[in-house]
Design a protein around this ligand. Structure first.
Ligand code: ARG
Length: 580
């Protein structure tokens, strides 16, 4: 499929042309017609509201404009093949109904396309996605987990739209805490505990060392010395630091593996260490650096963002300094059009600050902070430690255990190893989907019931719908070995069929919307609606008992529904097993 457009875009082009025909030289050059999906199918499949917006410009009543558009589009040689009927409603809305045969053709084209009709809007564009980014020697908290799940979905979505994606796990692997950790480690690490649970033990060491520094001035002093030694490249301290990084990465990697997340780059903050003095030089040259109480800052008062500290009074560099160095390095090396940062909402100010500094420096890159709220975990949902720190392993195990129960009751005849495989896909999928199906910025409360619901907006529901279609197709193949689906056309004769076919043809719109707005939940919503529509269809028409010809067409249509569900779930990082 070359130069694909979404259905809405195609219709918009027709309206655009009709407008220019009906009102020669009266339509402003920058005016772009817009045709969008209707919210309610009783009003047609697509709708255009441009007549209202143009009324002022053309000094004509909206209905008159709508009439002119419809008349132009209805001329015998002009009528777009994709449209079956046009209708004007209310003050001047134009409602479009699409032609079923045209939809069937479109479905065939989508099936032949490696990207299922999704326009490759990212071709020749690079996007860096900075996500997950936990801190060394500290456990991942729920914010890192959400960042991992949401960031990974954005990563997959962008690749599917043709972008060159560089995913970068920007580890917090450098900073003043390492003085305290090194000192604490030397004095009171418990080797056994370190082996059993490295990150937990390193964190304990850090907390104890930190507490001691509050009470004991000389301890704080020693910690500072250890830090300076580390920064100057002292071999012993460097070796310890590397050990901490490796131990932490070992644990993080286990989580990434279970979540099926891979990064192109894992460049921690330490990677940019040598670039930090250069950041100050550049700010100074741009006339942006000022002193404030012994610290060096960029004044952002005019932007109502306070000051951005780039060097502290003690001479140490800051989080923002590292982020500036990171932008410069990424721009130089990868020439991205956009850099996305996926973190929780608490860092909004930090990102606004250094984005503004980049703008002042004239860095020609689009910087976007994709933030999300914290998820609420009701007491007793799973073992929680204080605040938002949870043991992810425990959570994942629990999800798989609950999923196994579902699988054992739905597929008791499946060999156990396979049941476990499916349970893994369902359990992990349920957790990811519980996160991805929400507006990231709203406060959500996680509950197992909702995440695992077989009858609600959950991964198991979608996976179940997918597996159910595969099983219909298997039965069909067994019962009608001579039927070939390849020659069949996914006819959309009945209203239900047409609706389902149209929904499948709208997959590109859902993917583009989710990608463009950094909202995986748009795709989740779409998949849920598709599964619901399928379910109604499944209950309303016979499949294997339908007559020759019709049967193949139906099989072909539902196979496309299954493929769409599978691809869509895949873009959310969720597997769709053949059976559940
Ligand atoms: N390590 C940080 C944290 O845990 C997140 C880093 C996000 N990325 C960035 N470039 N600042 O809060």
């Amino acid at each position: 499929m070359k130069n694909t457009k979404t259905l809405g875009e195609e219709l918009s082009l027709y309206v655009q042309a009709a407008l220019h025909d009906a009102f020669p030289e009266m339509i402003p050059n920058d005016f772009e017609a817009t045709v969008v999906k209707t919210a309610d199918s009783r009003n047609g499949d697509y709708q255009c509201n441009d007549a209202m917006a143009l009324s002022k410009i053309l000094r004509k009543a909206p209905r008159e404009i709508a009439n002119a558009i419809v008349e132009t589009l209805e001329k015998p040689d002009r009528k777009p093949e994709m449209v079956s009927s046009l209708e004007i409603a209310g003050p001047g809305f134009i409602n479009f109904r699409l032609n079923s045969e045209w939809i069937a053709d479109r479905l065939l084209a989508i099936e032949d396309d490696a990207f299922r009709g999704v326009p490759q809007v990212g071709a020749e564009k690079t996007v860096v996605i900075d996500y997950s980014s936990p801190n060394v020697a500290k456990p991942m908290h729920i914010g890192h987990i959400r960042s991992t799940v949401i960031g990974n979905a954005l990563d997959r979505l962008h690749r599917f739209c043709g972008f060159r994606v560089l995913s970068d796990n920007h580890l917090g692997d450098w900073g003043t805490q390492f003085g305290l950790i090194i000192l604490g480690y030397r004095h009171f690490v418990d080797q056994k505990a370190l082996e059993a649970s490295p990150v937990q033990e390193l964190e304990r060491v850090y907390v104890e060392s930190y507490q001691k520094s509050k009470e004991d001035e000389s301890w704080l002093d020693q910690a500072r010395k250890e830090l300076v030694k580390l920064q100057q490249g002292d071999e012993e301290n460097l070796a310890l630091w590397k050990k901490f990084v490796a131990l932490s990465m070992g644990e993080f990697d286990k989580i990434y593996e279970r979540l099926d997340v891979r990064f192109d780059l894992t460049r921690g903050e330490s990677f940019y260490n040598e670039d930090l003095p250069g950041v100050l030089t550049r700010l100074d040259e741009a006339g942006l650096l000022v002193e404030s109480d012994g610290a060096m800052v960029v004044d952002l008062e005019a932007e109502k963002l306070g000051v951005c500290i780039v060097r502290k009074t003690d001479g140490g560099f800051n989080y923002a300094t590292t982020d500036l160095a990171t932008v410069f390095s990424r721009v130089r090396e990868f020439e991205p059009e956009t850099i996305l940062y996926v973190t929780d909402e608490r860092q909004q100010r930090h990102f606004r600050q250094f984005f503004t500094v980049c703008e002042k420096l004239g860095e020609g890159v689009n910087l976007e902070h994709v933030w999300f709220g914290l998820m609420r975990l009701p007491e007793g949902t799973f073992s929680t430690r204080q605040g938002n720190v949870i043991k992810l392993e425990v959570l994942l195990d629990e999800a798989e255990r609950r999923a196994l129960e579902i699988v054992q009751s739905s597929s008791p005849d499946l060999p156990e190893a396979q049941q476990r495989d499916v349970a893994r896909a369902v359990g992990i999928g349920a957790l990811k989907y519980a996160d991805l199906s929400q507006n990231p910025q709203s406060l959500v409360t996680f509950t197992w019931d909702k995440a695992m619901a077989l009858d609600g907006n959950s991964a198991p529901y979608l996976q179940y719908a997918h597996a159910r279609i595969r099983s219909v197709l298997d039965k069909h193949a067994a019962q009608f070995p001579d039927d070939t689906l390849e020659g069949a056309i996914p006819v959309c004769t009945l209203d239900l069929e047409k609706g389902l076919g149209l929904k499948v043809a709208q997959f590109p719109e859902a993917v583009l919307g989710a990608t463009k707005h950094y909202r995986p939940n748009y795709l989740a919503d779409y998949l849920y609606e598709l599964a619901q529509q399928y379910s109604t269809y499944h209950q309303s028409v016979p499949f294997l008992k339908s007559e020759d010809g019709v049967r193949e067409s139906r099989m072909r249509l539902i196979r496309m529904v299954a493929d769409t569900l599978k691809t869509g779930l895949g873009l959310l990082g969720i597997e769709a097993p053949e059976r559940i």
